[in-house]
Ligand binder design. Structure first.
Ligand code: 4HQ
Length: 251
């Protein structure tokens, strides 16, 4: 997959994307990511990319020309890669959307800055608007990096341990089970015995139950969409009863 990030702060994006798992994935060629400076495409002799809004009001807006020409430079003959504008007005990013996006051959991410972007260029080139959450940031770079990270970890050859992809939070619609490493006792807290038993079937059962419990406790909204089996539903029922009539065993 290839991802182009259109931004006024390519070094900010490059710094994040050169480190750790994504840095290694890029070196290996598992993903091709380019940070493109929108300012390089300005036709203005003073290199300006922003101007005051018509109708007055605060702040500056990103102009149409540099953004449009930057996107055109990323389009081949008759090829219009899927362009995502990061904005609080978009649909909130989900793991389901991340997975679908990771199947596309190319993505172009547009990062807005200042007070926003001239509406006309958005109408002309944006295929999809995505938000990373209901709060306001100073620019679209961090959301673009969040999206890039989430999409890239779904690609083959990116995660050092490919199995991890399927195991982690949200993948099966549930939160992750708790995890422990050495020492076996820390500040008087022991690692759950089953994890030291070497009994893999019991360990898997325990982990799945913990994932269900945690989800019911911390994010019950996720259970509405999680693919649950009959055993899962039974366990969730016992948890509900236990929270109304706690016994020593279920506390
Ligand atoms: N932005 N999810 C870009 C966000 C945002 C979000 C604020 C994006 C400013 C110019 N983007 N504009 N939340 O807060 O995606």
């Amino acid at each position: 997959m290839r991802i182009d990030i259109m931004t006024l702060f390519p070094e900010m994006c490059e710094a994040v994307l050169s480190e750790s798992i994504l840095g290694r994935a890029r070196q290996k060629g598992a993903v091709e990511i380019r940070c493109v400076n929108i300012r390089d495409f300005t036709a203005d002799k003073h290199n300006r990319v922003d101007d005051a809004p018509y109708g007055g009001g605060m702040g500056m807006l990103m102009q149409t020309q540099p953004i449009y020409d930057c996107y055109q430079s990323l389009c081949g003959a008759g090829e219009k890669p899927h362009l995502i504008y990061l904005s609080p007005q978009g649909k909130t990013l989900t793991q389901e959307r991340v997975k679908a996006l990771s199947a596309l051959p190319r993505l172009v991410l547009l990062c807005g800055h200042y007070e926003g972007v001239d509406e006309r260029v958005l109408e002309e080139i944006v295929d999809e608007e995505i938000s990373v959450g209901d709060y306001v940031l100073t620019g679209g770079e961090l959301p673009a990096l969040v999206l890039t990270d989430a999409v890239c970890r779904m690609l083959d050859g990116v995660l050092p341990n490919e199995e991890a992809k399927a195991l982690e939070s949200h993948y099966n619609g549930l939160l992750e089970y708790p995890q422990y490493t050495r020492p076996p006792v820390w500040h008087g807290r022991a690692v759950p015995e089953v994890l030291l038993s070497g009994h893999h079937e019991n360990i898997e059962k325990w982990r799945h139950e913990q994932a269900l419990r945690r989800t019911a406790e911390k994010r019950p909204d996720l259970l509405e969409h999680a693919p649950l089996g009959d055993d899962d539903r039974r366990l969730l029922e016992t948890l509900k009863t236990a929270s109304i009539h706690p016994t020593e065993e279920t506390q």
